[in-house]
Structures are given as structure tokens and as C-alpha cells.
Design a protein around this ligand. Structure first.
Ligand SMILES: Nc1ncnc2c1ncn2[C@@H]1O[C@H](COP(=O)(O)OP(=O)(O)OP(=O)(O)O)[C@@H](O)[C@H]1O
Length: 596
């Protein structure tokens, strides 16, 4: 029960280097959630248990019995509902560095689909601060352990590009956490989606991991008798209540036999226990039977020795180093590299966007071919008509080319899930992530702004190439920053798309082209000042018409834009970008903690 000194033998690889060993225990743990209509539901009721370093524990029970909820509670991942009871990690309640002690492999695999298995693990090893000389060895070791050798150089894949299988994704998720060498490993259904051989192998490897000093707790739906025999202890739940906690040995069989449930010879005890405690399918007197089993366990010798073990856990131990992880600068460098690499490996995503911008900018340029020249030097009537056309062109460039930033949203969601997993497991923090994300997006958006400017300004013969480019670039940066905030804040990408499109639509209406600034009704003037489009459109109009021509002067006068200061508008747009990036950071920090 007490802290065990680490095994210093072995290589510098993922699972052989536990700096310090941490037990985990929980006693009298209950969790209740509120339902509609003022009702409440007990998800976990008075559950206790412990797992020591070097041991592997299974949480079993019928579907919906509270296995995931218990793991969420142990991993500090519960964000709603009421919890009572005590959880001790390394004999301490709520240790400050819990994210560096506990790694949690959730049921959903959050992986970057463009990378191969080996690339994914390479980035994980960099974030885990494994020294570069030991990195490849560590990666190879977890690849072999998780049976990923055959697909080491295969992409994770997505619905468009078929990659590794669902079971291989599960194993990759585990391999990532193994590289991070957390003393306590929680796994929710690590064998779901695996065939029986692969499931057995994964459990065997996790058993090895435990033997190196890690504390391994996992939920599992079904375990073969061989796999069952590898666990040291078992926590059986039914309807959130504890039916058994103790060794997986004959003790468990004898406990159930004493309650009148004799496990037939040669049958799998894990399956037998699940049959006994499952009351989902209208088993006769199922409720009363479950009640009896819960009471019997509470009064058993097993429960007494469990309580004694839990008392031992309350003796304070020294705190200690949990595990190495990358500092903020290293995180920033690794994340930036990974995001740039990801953009490089996803050329079709950026390529489609770039192609759309090129096509539209080319269309705009050719539809308004040489109109700028007519506005500058044509006879008065033609020049006035050309100026009207130019205003429409500038509105289109400002409004629609910027609107196309909505398209980045779905791509962003995949990254958001990975962010959440890595942050919840203490591998990255928000600031390095936001900075890396911002910088990684710049080359692409600069290329889009530059090519669009070249096509529009040269073909339509507009004024002020440099300012046009700077204005379009800043506007695109603001729009993408806003989409990051929306993407981080919304629960589903369709909601994000609808909200983003609606917001952009409103800003377009208010920016001073559809209705001139001085004619906007008082009730909507706030929209004019709020929309970043306003400052961009003003700058486009001023850049084009502040050319000393009579027509230019007349246009600026009619829009009351004679006094526009390009530098001021550039600063305003930069401030919008900074505010949206700060909001993005806040949304990630507050809402993407990994808690459910
Ligand atoms: N926040 C919540 N609000 C309402 N019900 C919840 C909430 N969280 C969990 N539940 C319910 O609590 C029960 C236990 O859920 P949990 O996911 O922990 O079960 P499980 O044993 O992991 O199930 P499975 O094996 O099918 O994954 C389920 O009936 C679930 O619907």
C-alpha cells in the first residue's frame, strides 16, 4: 500500500522509467446528476476501492452501470453534478499536479488523421520531453508493445483517406499515453473494437506496464478468462452500486458462491459475474437480488479489509516529481512544427481554399477588367460609372473573400479534440497552443491574400497594391481569429457554421456599403461600429479613391470617408485580431478542460 521505490532498471523508454509510484484510492464515492423536471439520478453510489503501483485493476459491470463515470471521477474529469466521498492520488486529495500524475485514455480516440502512427508518436514523445537520443527507441518499443508494427507507417486516416482500423486507433491512443510515462494510467474500454487476440495482447502489455510500477485501472466490457486472470483486482458495479471489490482469484468466486451464485466449473468467472449482476433484461427479482449482493458485499470480510487498506492510504506521503513534460517554449516549438507539418500533409484542405480564392479573385479581376483605369482617366460619365463598379468590387472583396474564412471550421474541430485530450492529460497548456496555432496559420493566409491581391489589383487596375494586400491580409486574420473563437465555443460544427455565417452576414450589411454610414438607422449604428468589416471597407475605399481625381474626391465625400487614416484602421484591425485571439485563449482555458 505504501509508496514503493521505483525500479531503476531498464532503458529510457516509455514504460520503464516511473520516477515515482502513486497509488490511487477512493472511498464512499457517489455522484449524482440533475435531470429535467427537477429529478436527480445517482450515477455512482458509495463506491470504494484502491489500486496500488504495480497492480492492474478492472472495473466491470453491465452497460450503463457507471464504469466510465467512475473513471471520470478518478481522473478529475467530471464537470457537472454533485460528488461526495474522497479520492486520494498518491495519498493526497486533489494534488496540484494531478494532470502530470494521471493519464486517461478515454473511449473516444482523438487523433490527428493526417499523421502516420510513427509520426503521431514522434510528436507525443517530443511533448513528453523524452531526450532525443532515446526517442526513436522509446517509440519503437511502444509500437511493438501495442502491436502497431504492421501499420507504423500508415496514416491514422479519415473518412476520405482510409487509414488504420478502429482497434489500431485504440492501441495508438494507449501508446501515446505510455510514452508520457504517467504513474497512474486510467483506461476506458481499451479493448473495445479489438478482436480477442488483440484484446488479450493489449491487456498483457498493460500488465507489463503495471509491473514496471505504474498503477493501471481500466474499465472493460468483456474479458476472456485468460485476460481476467491477468488483473490483480476487480471492481464490479451494477446500476452505480458496488457489488464486489477484491482480488480476481478464487476469493471472488467464493464470495459469489457464499451468496448462492456458484460459478460453474470451466466457465469464465468474468462472464458469470456479469450474468449474475445484470438486471437490465428483466431478470426475475433482479432488483432484490442486486440489493442483496450490494448488502452482502458491504458486510463481507472483503469490504472490511478494503476499508483497512483505505485507512492506510490516508497516511500522508511525501509529494514528488510526477513525470517529465515539455515546458511552454518546447510545447510551442513542437506544436508549431506539428501544425505546419499538418498543413503540409493536408494539401487538399488548404489547396481547395486557395483554389477557390484564386478562381474568385480571377473572376473579379476579369469581370472588372481595367475598371480602375477608366475611373481614373475616363470621361466624367464613364469615370463615375466605373467608380460605382469599383465600390461594388471593393465590397465584394471585403465581404465575400473574408466570409470564406467560415470554411476553416470543420478542420478546426479535429484539432480541438486533440487539444482537449492533450491538455486534460497535462501534456500541453493553452498559451503555447494558441500562439502556435496563430503562427501556423499565417503562411497560408498570407499566400491567399497575396495571390488574391495580385489578381484583383493588377487585372482591375486598382490603386495601392501594398495597402490593398495589407488590408486583405489583416481582415482575413481577424476573420480566421473570430472563427477560432466560434469553433472553440460551439458544441457542433453546424451550429458554428450557422453562427459564423450569420455574424458575417450581419457585419456585411452594416459595413457602410449597402447603406451608407450616415444613412444607417440609429438603432443599427452599433452594428456599423462593431463590425470589423467597417474599418476594412473604409480602408479599401480610401485606398482606391484617395487618388486626387474628381471622381475619387466625390466618392470619398459621399461616404464621408475623406479623413480615413489607413494606419488607424490597420491598428483597429490588429486590435480585433488580438482580442479574438485572447477570447480564443479564454474559451479554451475555461471550457476545454477535458471535464464532462
Ligand atoms: N451527465 C449525465 N447526465 C445524465 N445521465 C448520465 C450522465 N452521465 C452518465 N449518465 C448515465 O449514467 C449511467 C452510467 O453511465 P456510464 O457512461 O458511466 O456507464 P458505463 O458503465 O461506462 O456504460 P458503457 O459500458 O455502456 O460505456 C448511464 O445510464 C448514463 O446514461
Amino acid at each position: 500500500m505504501a509508496e514503493v521505490m521505483p525500479d531503476r532498471k531498464g532503458s529510457a523508454t516509455g514504460i520503464k522509467d516511473v520516477e515515482r509510484r502513486y497509488p490511487i484510492s477512493w472511498s464512499g464515492l457517489s455522484h449524482t446528476v440533475s435531470l429535467r423536471g427537477g429529478r436527480s439520478k445517482a450515477i455512482v453510489s458509495n463506491v470504494s476501492g484502491h489500486c496500488d503501483p504495480g497492480q492492474m485493476m478492472a472495473i466491470m459491470g453491465p452497460s450503463g452501470c457507471g464504469k466510465t463515470s467512475l473513471l471520470d471521477l478518478l481522473g478529475g474529469r467530471v464537470g457537472s453534478g454533485t460528488t461526495s466521498g474522497e479520492i486520494l492520488i498518491g495519498c493526497k486529495q486533489h494534488p496540484a499536479n494531478i494532470r502530470k500524475i494521471v493519464s486517461y485514455v478515454t473511449q473516444e480516440d482523438s487523433l490527428l488523421t493526417c499523421f502516420t502512427v510513427r509520426e503521431t508518436l514522434r510528436y507525443a514523445s517530443r511533448l513528453a520531453a523524452i531526450p532525443s537520443r532515446a526517442r526513436e527507441e522509446a517509440i519503437q518499443e511502444v509500437i511493438v508493445q501495442m502491436g502497431l508494427l504492421v501499420c507504423a507507417d500508415t496514416r491514422v486516416g479519415d473518412p476520405l483517406i482510409k487509414g488504420i482500423s478502429g482497434g489500431q486507433k485504440r492501441r495508438l491512443s494507449i501508446a501515446i499515453e505510455l510514452l508520457h510515462r504517467s504513474p497512474i494510467l486510467l483506461l476506458d474500454e481499451p479493448t473495445s473494437g479489438l478482436d480477442s487476440t488483440a484484446a488479450m495482447q493489449v491487456i498483457e502489455h498493460l500488465r507489463d506496464v503495471a509491473q514496471k510500477g505504474h498503477t493501471v485501472v481500466m474499465s472493460i466490457h468483456q474479458a476472456s478468462s485468460r485476460a481476467y486472470g491477468l488483473f490483480d483486482s476487480l471492481c464490479l458495479l451494477s446500476k452505480g452500486q458496488q457489488v464486489y471489490f477484491g482480488p480476481t482469484t478464487d476469493v471472488a468466486i467464493e464470495h459469489f458462491a457464499a451468496q448462492g451464485h456458484e460459478c460453474p466449473r470451466y466457465s469464465n468467472p468474468a462472464e458469470f459475474f456479469l450474468d449474475v449482476i445484470n438486471t437490465d433484461f428483466g431478470a426475475e427479482n433482479g432488483g432484490a437480488r442486486l440489493e442483496g449482493l450490494v448488502r452482502a458485499f458491504e458486510k463481507s470480510e472483503l469490504a472490511s479489509s478494503m476499508r483497512e487498506a483505505l485507512r492506510q492510504q490516508e497516511i500522508p506521503q511525501d509529494g514528488g516529481v510526477s513525470r517529465e513534460s515539455a515546458g511552454p517554449f518546447r510545447q510551442f516549438a513542437v506544436l508549431l512544427l506539428r501544425m505546419l507539418h499538418m498543413n503540409w500533409k493536408n494539401p487538399y484542405i488548404f489547396g481547395v481554399r486557395l483554389a477557390m480564392y484564386i478562381a474568385l479573385a480571377f473572376m473579379v479581376g476579369t469581370m472588372y477588367y481595367d475598371v480602375g483605369e477608366v475611373a481614373r482617366g475616363g470621361e466624367p460619365v464613364a469615370a463615375a460609372a466605373a467608380a460605382t463598379s469599383l465600390l461594388a468590387l471593393l465590397f465584394y472583396v471585403q465581404a465575400f473573400l473574408v466570409f470564406m474564412s467560415v470554411a476553416i471550421l470543420p478542420f478546426f474541430l479535429e484539432i480541438r479534440d486533440v487539444f482537449r485530450r492533450e491538455r486534460a492529460n497535462g501534456q500541453i497548456t493553452c498559451l503555447p497552443y494558441v500562439l502556435a496555432d496563430f503562427l501556423a496559420g499565417l503562411p497560408g493566409v498570407t499566400l491567399i491574400a497575396l495571390i488574391s491581391t495580385m489578381l484583383v489589383v493588377w487585372l482591375a487596375n486598382l490603386n495601392g497594391f501594398a495597402q490593398f494586400f495589407a488590408n486583405l491580409l489583416l481582415s482575413l486574420i481577424v476573420a480566421e481569429s473570430l472563427m477560432h473563437v466560434i469553433g472553440a465555443a460551439q458544441p457542433h460544427y453546424i451550429i458554428g457554421m450557422a453562427f459564423g455565417a450569420g455574424l458575417f452576414g450581419m457585419f456585411m450589411l452594416c459595413e457602410g456599403f449597402m447603406v451608407k454610414p450616415q444613412d444607417i438607422p440609429d438603432g443599427w449604428v452599433w452594428g456599423y461600429y462593431l463590425a470589423f468589416h467597417t474599418y476594412s471597407f473604409e480602408w479599401f475605399v480610401h485606398n482606391q479613391f484617395d487618388d486626387g481625381t474628381l471622381v475619387g474626391e466625390a466618392v470619398l465625400k459621399s461616404f464621408e470617408m475623406e479623413d480615413v487614416d489607413p494606419l488607424r484602421n490597420a491598428l483597429i484591425l490588429s486590435a480585433y485580431a488580438a482580442v479574438f485571439q485572447a477570447a480564443y485563449f479564454m474559451v479554451l482555458k475555461v471550457f476545454h478542460t477535458g471535464k464532462r
